[in-house]
Design a protein around this ligand. Structure first.
Ligand code: GDP
Ligand code: IMO
Ligand code: MG
Length: 428
């Protein structure tokens, strides 16, 4: 499987949940280090190992391969309570994590008050984002506002206490303004989180130097993106986005390596598209088809359990993703979910309200609610693809469909996933 560069970014190219976890797990077979570079416990990355299912939120999806080092970069907002819960659950399930997990000393801590704030802001908002409620927005707000606390601060309890007191006071004021309450357990949640400080410090590292040294020594590194390209704070469907740079350039910023260290960028796309949370979905299905695809694809959020909205493959978005991430290859997932459909559509452009057709992804998010996708129709293949292990094993129409995705995205397909299992992968 090792037909990818020493330092490869795996990035979601839709609205998240493309199957990044599955692809990272498959590629992790051939690497030494897997690093997360942004986001936090809003992510839900599902990996199947034989009959066992693991849903990873903060720990990189390389953890299920023995011996691989798994890092959380400075770009991550780390929820300590959730992190150690996840860590301990993996250990209980027999995964040996000792010496394998490292957290950047520069990573910001996502505190219990960030979660409270996230929910309070969301419930008071006129325009709801439909966040995962994991405190992501408020944690990045504190980071950008230079009020955040970082892993390194855990080494100086007095300073930490002072900085947290300032943040907490501000949170209380804002909550009052929103007519919301902090809840009685906030202080005890804070105490619990901070009690884990020493444990976190023990595994804290400088991810940039560690990764750079590993690359210099000829080791191989995967950078695991969370969320997806159109959820990127700068390039996504703002304001219906997450609060970090999900796109490939975020991998350099979010781990502390230089951009020239990156050799390959693999974009992960589903063979259709989904979205969870608010915001436009131009190729979204009608209610009946939406329900059908949700059942076929098991499209329920891995973090929140919310139903995901489903739609046809959107090549306006995949081409945009190819450009903004500098993709060198594509991994197409969930092809098998389309096996029983008589016809499959692909959006090649958007018809705007004035009748013009655009093929560049529009910056004006609000206009996306009014566009009519321009679809082309492809015949289905009506045969299972789950046993295919090479392109030659695929039905002719499935190959033609993949060829068209490749052509419209202007990026070569390097992997096709045809099921949840590790073995259900085609390397092109
Ligand atoms: P991520 O957030 O990008 O890692 O994706 P999620 O784990 O949230 O959602 C992807 C879902 O699709 C998970 O339940 C995976 O087990 C599943 N999945 C991944 N690849 C395939 C595939 O090729 N076929 C099928 N049927 N399911 C897949
Ligand atoms: P993975 O890594 C899909 C969505 C939320 C909401 C918006 C902002 O599993 O692909 P946030 O909690 O980040 O402030 O929510 O982003 N969202 C995701 N959607 N997959 C994810 O992660 C997501 N993480 C956040 O639903 O619309
Ligand atoms: Mg997910």
């Amino acid at each position: 499987m090792s037909s990818f560069g020493s330092c490869t970014v795996v990035v979601g190219c839709q609205w998240g949940d493309e199957g990044k976890g599955k692809i990272v797990d498959v590629l992790a077979e051939d690497v030494d280090i897997v690093a997360r570079y942004q986001g936090g416990a809003n992510a839900g990355h599902t990996v199947h190992v034989d009959d066992d299912e693991f849903i990873l939120h903060q720990i990189p999806s390389g953890i299920l391969h023995e011996g691989r080092r798994c890092l959380l970069g400075n770009g991550v907002v780390l929820d300590i309570l959730q992190f150690f819960e996840e860590y301990d659950k993996l250990a209980e399930r027999g995964i040996d994590l000792a010496g394998r997990v490292g957290v950047s000393r520069r990573a910001h801590l996502l505190m219990p008050y960030h979660r409270v704030m996230d929910r309070a802001v969301e419930s008071a908002a006129d325009v709801k984002i439909g966040t995962t409620g994991r405190g992501i927005g408020p944690a990045y707000e504190d980071k950008a506002g230079r009020r955040g606390v970082r892993v390194a601060d855990l080494g100086n309890p007095e300073r930490l206490e002072r900085r947290i007191a300032v943040s907490l006071e501000r949170v209380q004021q804002r909550l009052e303004g929103l007519g919301a309450e902090a809840g009685q357990d906030l202080q005890s949640a804070m105490d619990q989180a901070l009690a884990l400080g020493d444990r976190l410090l023990e595994i804290s590292v400088d991810t940039g130097p560690e990764i750079s040294a590993a690359l210099a020594a000829g080791k191989r590194v995967l950078m695991e993106g969370a969320q997806g390209t159109v959820l990127d704070l700068d390039h996504g469907t703002y304001p219906f986005v997450t609060s970090s740079n999900t796109t490939a350039a975020g991998a350099a910023i979010g781990t502390g390596i230089g951009p020239t260290a990156i050799d390959d960028v693999v974009g992960v796309v589903k063979a259709y598209i989904t979205r969870v949370g608010e915001g436009p979905l131009p190729t979204g299905f009608d209610a009946e088809m939406d329900e059908r695809m949700r059942e076929l694809g098991g499209e329920f959020g891995a973090t929140t359990g919310r139903p995901r909205r489903c739609g046809w493959f959107d090549a306006v978005i995949s081409r945009f993703a190819a450009q903004v991430n500098g993709l060198t290859g594509l991994a197409v997932t969930k092809l098998d979910v389309l096996d029983t459909l008589p016809e499959i559509q692909v959006a090649t452009g958007y018809r705007m309200p004035d009748g013009s057709v655009v093929t560049d992804f529009p910056a004006d998010t609000w206009s996306l609610g009014q566009v009519e996708p321009v679809f082309e129709t492809h015949p289905g293949w009506g045969a299972p693809t789950t046993e295919a292990r090479s392109l030659d094993d695929l039905p002719k129409n499935a190959r033609a469909y993949l060829d068209r995705i490749e052509e419209l995205t202007e990026t070569p397909i390097r992997w096709v996933s045809v099921g949840t299992r590790r073995s259900q992968i085609i390397q092109v």
